[in-house]
Design a protein around this ligand. Sequence first.
Ligand code: ZN
Length: 138
Amino acid sequence: MVKKVDHIAIAVKDIEQATTFYKQLGLDVSAVEEVPDQKVRVAFIPIGETHIELVEPMSKDSPISAFLEKRGEGLHHICLETDQIDHTVEHLQEQGVRMIDKSPRTGSRQTRIAFVHPKANAGVLTELVEHPDDKQSH
Ligand code: ZN
């Protein structure tokens, strides 16, 4: 079952500059983290049950660099939380939904993730995530 919007990720050129707006809103911004695996720096802004993730490329060969060059700053992807990612991915494929990841892979913080092709959702790259504590035992 899809439970909520886990996060909304925005591609930015300068993460410190991009946090200004959220600080002006009075929101707390996490410390900036480097994710060398994906060649990005990220900052999280918790808002209610979800959060905004700002993503800045660490190098020219980062996938985010390519995105910024092509489309400029803006919405990069949305992420929906599911409690059974295997089932969700299988169910989507049965209905002919185009997936980037045909089976879930390991994400950060022991999550399991899978990306749906943007063509399946009006041009919006969509991530599915299952958190380790969501896993139902059966
Ligand atoms: Zn994400």
